[in-house]
Write a protein that binds this ligand. Structure first.
Ligand code: PLP
Length: 454
């Protein structure tokens, strides 16, 4: 019998030396972010007060396809990269599908998710530019954990606003952040104007990523030598995540296959873009026909049911106006357990790509996502993060289609994180205490009408 390879590994010296900037190759570039007061396109310098300068330049760079990864960041990538590409034989067999299913395992990072790929880069640039303190928001705590660790690596102090519902649902992520030395505050809090405003209007508000972003930006503005960092949505974050797809490209070559479909779960777009863009490059430049599928929660459906328009990235309206698929920055998502997917908008690159039909989106209900997560755990032995369960559900749906057609479709998805700190969510699912949330067209429209055309 021919020996089967389960995991495709790359040595340390194959860690990418450049990130891939898809903006340079896109036929239709993303529209520019706008200054909300003047409605003029932003220049990198307009964002310097909030972000590290190099990150502002990366954000708006539409010309350089390859951006060198600083050696200090590559050195830290060696702590966990290259991550394995795994052939999901167990899942394939249990499904009885002729599809070939592969997943890129980002859950092996020290903090348990892909988020460290960008946290290390952002902390490095802050340090290099003389910053001493960083702030951020976090939902489930994966980004907060990554930033807290990266800040410690580069000798920075960190303060994290964690969405209140997740702060309560996932106490161990708070402990992880604190273990790395971060100061963690549930959001909304009374420590900022944005937090006070929303708590005054809605005393029992459970928080949203949009509100936590406002609080973190406000703290960065009010604190000397402090910068804000973001774990998703922005183009520079997705840029850093392309190490996932760049490695996967080489690993698929080792496997002797090329993906017909690439899938990522979708919060703001960074892990989806990270695994997809290096492959999408070949669609753009060489006419390859790979499909790219973003899997979002049905209760927060900005890609499948949102509107493409300029909107704020945060609840209080502190960010620039971004051209995005959005449900409205005032959208209060249901309390699903995939905290990292409870965000009202999509990054500007993915929004443009969806508009141009370069990618697709599907929505997954909470119960379907956990069902897929348990099935994956039982067949591959890894308990996925509730966010990643959405990608697994979408991959299973693709693989099931192949049972009917007999097609040996090559499916690649990103396992963005493990769920070992999310077991309270699994407990709730297993004891039948979770539910689906439905959102009517009227609810979505009402929200969008409230923000109007910005
Ligand atoms: C494990 C995991 N996957 C995915 C996401 C969604 O973010 P993004 O769309 O930027 O990958 C998050 C966000 O917190 C996450 O923690």
């Amino acid at each position: 019998m021919k020996e089967k390879t389960k995991r495709y590994m790359l040595p340390e010296n194959e860690i990418p030396r450049y990130w891939y900037n898809i903006q340079a190759d896109m036929v239709n570039k993303p529209l520019p972010p706008l200054n909300p007061a003047t409605k003029q396109p932003l220049k990198p310098e307009d964002m310097y007060p909030i972000f590290a300068e190099e990150l502002c330049r990366q954000e708006l760079n539409q010309t350089d396809a390859w951006i060198e990864i600083p050696e200090e960041v590559r050195e830290m990538y060696k702590y966990y990269r290259c991550t394995p590409l795994v052939r999901a034989y167990g899942l394939e067999k249990a499904l009885g599908t002729p599809a070939h299913i592969y997943f890129k395992n980002e859950s092996v990072s020290p903090v348990g998710s892909h988020k460290l790929n960008s946290a290390l880069a952002q902390a490095y640039y802050c340090k290099k530019e003389g910053v001493t303190n960083v702030t951020t928001e976090t939902g489930a705590g994966q980004w907060g954990a990554a930033l807290s660790y990266a800040a410690k690596v580069f000798g920075l102090e960190s303060a994290v606003y964690q969405v209140k519902i997740s702060y309560e649902q996932k106490p161990y992520r708070r402990s992880i952040m604190q273990t790395f030395g971060a100061q963690v505050t549930p959001s909304p809090s009374m420590s900022t104007r944005a937090g006070k405003d929303i708590l005054t209007a809605h005393p029992n508000y459970q928080g949203s990523l949009g509100t936590a972003i406002s609080e973190a930006i406000e703290l960065a503005r009010m604190t000397p030598n402090c910068k804000y960092t973001l774990g998703s949505v922005l183009s520079h974050v997705t840029l850093h995540q392309t190490v996932i797809g760049l490695e996967a490209e080489k690993q698929m070559e080792l496997a002797g296959e090329y993906p017909d479909v690439v899938i990522g779960c979708f919060g703001g777009g960074s892990n989806f873009g990270g695994i997809s863009f290096p492959f999408m490059r070949h669609n753009i430049l060489e006419g390859k026909k790979t499909r790219f599928v973003a899997a979002e929660p049905a209760s927060c459906p900005k890609l499948t049911r949102g509107k493409f328009q300029y909107d704020f990235g945060d609840e209080a309206g502190y960010t620039p106006l971004l051209p995005m698929f959005t449900l409205g920055h005032n959208f209060a998502p249901a309390n699903i357990h995939a905290g990292g997917l409870r965000y009202h908008g999509a990054g500007v690159i993915v929004s443009q790509l969806l508009k141009d039909k370069m990618m697709e989106a599907v929505d997954i209900n909470q119960l379907e996502s956990f069902e897929a997560g348990c099935f994956f755990a039982r067949t591959e032995g890894i308990i996925p993060a509730p966010e990643s369960c959405h990608a697994i559900a979408a991959a299973i749906n693709e693989a099931k289609q192949c049972i009917e057609t007999g097609e040996e479709r090559v499916i690649l998805f990103n396992l963005s994180g493990h769920g070992l700190i999310d077991m309270a969510s699994y407990d709730k699912y297993l004891s039948g205490d979770l539910q689906n949330y439905t959102l009517s067209d009227a609810d979505i429209q009402k929200n969008l009408d409230e923000i109007g055309n910005l």
